[in-house]
Design a protein around this ligand. Structure first.
Ligand SMILES: Nc1nc2c(ncn2[C@@H]2O[C@H](COP(=O)(O)OP(=O)(O)OP(=O)(O)O)[C@@H](O)[C@H]2O)c(=O)[nH]1
Length: 937
């Protein structure tokens, strides 16, 4: 601003020159006339003079009595507010209004002042005001900047506080309302109006009059602001005074921040003890004198940037914070509410699970959702010791599950089932035709089953059998004048119960042979039971009617007691009186069979891949695994890939029941096949698959499962035995190692032996298998103190030697019931002296000569002991008994001799047996009466 002369200044401010000169003089600024220049400093001095009211009221005051001058100023600014929805610009307009009024006295004192002067003065004041405003512009700009930043902070904190409050629940409202009026804030937080007021005062140079109290400035916010506050006010009953309200909101924001801060888990003592004695103090404590006394002693938490001189001020004392602490007792409630929502079941949960063939204890526990220890405890209660990793078999697992109050069922191997089914060809398109009935002959020992079948077949199978008893399941097809019938010849002994049951599954009709002179016997009853269980029709053949003692009517009446009632007696069962010896009534029997079959309308498809059942299997030296199969559906062809139980293979060769090679076999045909990887079990299904690789995979899987099952069963048995011994010293176990010639015999003996177990003595078959006894078998039996039983098998040379050296007993049998009886007697302690076999000598067949009149002569070398002429002998082929009988002749060179010693060559003729081959062994034995040694271990 440059210097101007008084005249110019007067023009500028619109005041008379004289008046200005007078004012200048009054202000102590020496000017002589209108042309004198005035410096900036002088101008400021004049301004200061006018502002401080030193100027005479007479000059500046309006002449109008009670006159009032209003100075209005408005300034607007924008503040940047960051809130929950981001940054927003808020326009703030500050309106300042200053009223200058003259008192009546003053007005009267100035009564003589001319109106012109007043006007001049007014104009002068206005102009001066403008000038002052111009001069303070810079300062104001600076102050505005400060204001703006303060306003920003204030607005931010307000907004935050308001938002926080809005989030508060209605529950808190009551408490807050109770607190709010009691709280006071010593200083305002951000007060843009105050600052503005200062500016306004500075910009009021016309303070010649008495300054009236300024009207409360109004900070007009944007329209949203009051809208936001309004509902909060309503809810929380905020103080009506804007300042108090802001203070209150700011305090709440601080309290919230402090509360949050205290809730940090890292703080060790954030939560006050929720002592029940002070429950009321906790939620809403009023600021106490003590709290106020603490003022300044402890610096309260002020949040970020919060200083005593800043915008955020905390109410003196810590009562507010304590209040928050008190509130935080609710955090205890929160902790309680964070407890898991598990509610203990009030009733026991009964689970239904499917048990695979084997299962580990831990898996079982998992399936039942119980601890492994619980399962182990349950097993112990049942008398089974187990570990968490113990594999248990399906039966045991089912028992455990049921014992624990849950439900269990054996899981069908759906995966395997479906995979097998997928591999099978769809056979729905094939036509079905009537097929031959499959007949099973059952009956008590010696009632004439084999003889009957023999007669029907016109062969003499019984003559070559050891002990004269049928031991193997055979299958034959018989063509009659009225049709073909397939027969399954099951042995009569009870040991074959299991086989019979299996046989019945493949059977359409059962022929129950009952000797007319003997009547119903135990195995007759059993046969009836199995037949009924299988649900197959029964035809009773009352045999031996040629005998004088035959009494068919008595047999009928006896059978009636077992609900086998003849048609003529009003029942449904067919009866036929026959004689296997004379052949009487046999045609009628066959007719009855075909008649029953016709009624049953037996049908099967001839085309498509074959399905069948394994009747028997064994390993034959030079031929491998041989299996007797009953084809039930489709046609089995040479070269087909088959899966039978856990064995597989390609059908290398096929023979019919007469041993004739064939290339294919249709439904109801019993055949023998070669080519399987092993010996499947009797009763196993046989299916034809397209893919050999798949067949192998499935067979391997089944093998693994079998092994697991067997292992699990053995383990369980061992543990059982151990535990039983521990619990009951009196209970003993007879360990048995069993080897047999064929699978069927093996299964039958096993089941019979297992059935012998009583409460006092348990038969435990530690190992079983098909084939001769090896050294391994002997050592296994030794280690487990087991009795070694060979059924129609022998120990090989090394095994024999080993057994001798270790004084291990091997018991050989060729008749099942003798074996069973021996074991039973041993178990029941009936070890009475009895006939027992002892080996006398062994001769090995080197060559076979066909002699005239004497049948075949075997050129032999005695390799062990002596060969004695009159003793019983057995012919062994690969350690398996193939014939039992007597010697026809024993020759040394051309002479008949009574005995031949070891290392000597001799010629042996076997009575009624011409099939001796090089490599066979002929053993000579005696039956001597010795004391029984078979003892339970
Ligand atoms: N008189 C007479 N004897 C018979 C008749 N049927 C069988 N026998 C005799 O009874 C005995 C036993 O006959 P098997 O055919 O071996 O009896 P099985 O029921 O097959 O006997 P296992 O094979 O031991 O179950 C033999 O000595 C037969 O000769 C018959 O109709 N009349």
């Amino acid at each position: 601003m440059s210097d101007i002369i008084v005249k110019q200044l007067a023009e500028l401010i619109g005041a008379p020159v004289e008046s200005l000169l007078r004012q200048l003089n009054d202000a102590g600024i020496s000017v002589s006339g209108a042309e004198d220049s005035i410096t900036d400093a002088q101008k400021l001095k004049l301004l200061e003079f006018i502002r401080t009211g030193q100027a005479t009221t007479t000059e500046a005051a309006p002449k109008k009595a009670g006159g009032k001058i209003s100075l209005k100023r408005r300034s607007s600014s924008e503040i940047n507010v960051s809130g929950a929805q981001g940054k927003t610009n808020v326009s703030v307009e500050v309106r300042r209004k200053k009223n200058f009024s003259r008192s009546a006295t003053e007005t009267s004192n100035e009564s003589e002042t001319s109106s012109a002067d007043i006007d001049d003065l007014n104009a002068s004041a206005n102009r001066t005001n403008d000038l002052a405003e111009q001069l303070s512009n810079e300062r104001k700009a600076r102050e505005d900047a400060i204001d703006k930043s303060k306003a920003e902070r204030q607005a931010t904190s307000e907004r935050k506080a308001e938002e926080k409050i809005e989030r508060d629940t209605a529950k808190e409202t009551a408490e807050t309302t109770a607190e709010a009026p009691q709280e006071e804030v010593t200083e305002t937080a951000v007060e843009p109006e105050v600052t503005t007021e200062t500016v306004a005062e500075e910009s009021t140079p016309t303070a010649t009059e008495e300054t009236a109290p300024a009207e409360t400035p109004v900070a007009e916010k944007t329209e949203e602001a009051p809208a936001e506050v309004a509902p909060v006010k309503k809810k929380l009953e905020l103080p009506t005074d804007p300042r108090e309200r802001r203070e209150f909101l700011a305090k709440r924001a601080r309290d919230e921040a402090a509360a949050k801060f205290k809730k940090r888990p890292s703080r060790p003592k954030p939560v006050p003890k929720p002592t029940p004695a002070k429950p009321a103090a906790a939620p809403a404590p009023a600021p106490s004198p003590t709290a106020n006394a603490n003022k300044g002693k402890k610096k309260p938490f002020q949040g970020r940037g919060g200083t005593p001189g800043g915008q955020l001020h905390v109410k003196e004392g810590l009562s507010g914070r304590r209040k928050k602490k008190g509130k935080r007792t609710r955090s205890v409630k929160i902790e309680q509410s964070t407890e898991h929502g598990f509610v203990a079941p009030t009733e026991p949960v009964v689970r239904s699970i499917e048990i695979p063939e084997t299962i580990v204890v831990s898996e079982l526990a998992q399936m039942l959702s119980v601890k492994g220890g619980d399962v182990i405890r349950a097993m112990m209660d049942m008398g089974v010791m187990a570990t968490i990793n113990q594999v248990v078999d399906q039966d045991t697992a089912i028992l455990i599950v049921e014992e624990m109050g849950h439900e269990a069922k054996a899981a069908t191997s759906e995966e395997e089932k479906s995979s097998t089914e997928n591999l099978l060809e769809d056979t729905s398109q094939y036509e079905t035709f009537s097929r031959a009935p499959v007949v099973t002959i059952m009956g008590h020992v010696d009632h004439g089953k084999t003889s009957l079948l023999d007669y029907i077949r016109e062969s003499r199978v019984a003559s070559g059998e050891a002990g004269g008893i049928t031991q193997h399941i055979g299958a034959y097809q018989v063509a009659t004048a009225n049709g073909v019938i397939s027969f399954l010849d099951t042995p009569g002994h009870a040991a074959f119960t299991q086989m019979r049951a299996r046989g019945a599954k493949a059977t359409d009709i059962v022929i129950l042979v009952v000797a007319a002179d003997d009547g119903v016997m135990p195995q007759t009853e059993e046969a009836i039971k199995h037949t009924r269980e299988a649900g197959v029709p029964l035809i009773v053949a009352i045999n031996k009617i040629d005998k004088e003692s035959a009494d068919p009517e008595r047999v009928k009446s006896e059978l009636a007691k077992f609900e086998v009632v003849a048609e003529e007696w009003g029942g449904e069962d067919v009866f036929a009186n026959v004689s296997a010896k004379t052949g009487e009534g046999i045609d009628g029997l066959l007719e009855s069979i075909l008649l029953v079959a016709e009624v049953r309308e037996l049908k099967a498809r001839k085309d498509g891949p074959a399905k069948g059942t394994i009747i028997e299997s064994s390993v034959v030296k030079g031929r491998g695994a041989v299996a007797t199969v009953l084809v039930q559906e489709g046609t089995l062809k040479k070269g087909d890939v088959v899966l039978a139980g856990s064995e597989f293979g390609r059908v290398r060769a096929m023979t019919d029941d007469l041993g004739k090679p064939i290339t294919e076999a249709g439904p109801s045909t019993p055949i023998e096949i070669l080519g399987l990887s092993g010996t499947p079990s009797a009763g196993d299904d046989l299916v034809v698959l397209k893919n050999e690789r798949k067949a192998r995979e499935l067979a391997t899987k089944r093998h693994e499962k079998e092994r697991e099952t067997r292992f699990a069963a053995q383990q369980a048995a061992k543990l059982d035995a151990m535990f039983e011994k521990m619990q009951d010293g009196e209970k003993s176990t007879l360990n048995v190692l069993l080897k047999a010639d064929v699978q069927g015999s093996l299964e039958a003996i096993k089941s019979s032996l297992n059935a012998l177990s009583t409460d006092e003595v348990v038969v435990n078959i530690i190992s079983s298998g098909v084939g001769g006894l090896s050294e391994t078998d002997i050592s296994l039996a030794q280690s487990s103190e087991a009795v070694i039983i060979g059924f129609n098998v022998r120990a090989d040379a090394s095994a024999r030697r080993f057994a001798q050296e270790s004084d291990t007993e091997i018991r050989y049998y060729s008749i099942i019931y003798e074996l069973i009886d021996d074991v039973r007697d041993a178990m029941s302690g009936l070890l009475k002296p009895e006939l027992r076999e002892e080996l006398v000598g062994i001769a090995e067949v080197k060559d076979v000569f066909t002699g005239s009149g004497f049948g075949n002569i075997a050129g032999c070398l005695v390799i062990e002991g002596k060969i004695k002429k009159d003793l019983p002998i057995r012919v062994l082929r690969k350690d398996v008994v193939i014939y039992e009988g007597y010697l026809e002749s024993l020759r040394r060179h051309q002479d008949d001799v009574k005995e031949v010693a070891m290392g000597t060559e001799c010629g042996i003729g076997v009575k009624n047996y011409d099939d001796v081959q090089p490599g066979d062994q002929i053993e000579v034995f005696t039956r001597t009466e010795i004391e029984r040694k078979l003892e339970s271990s």
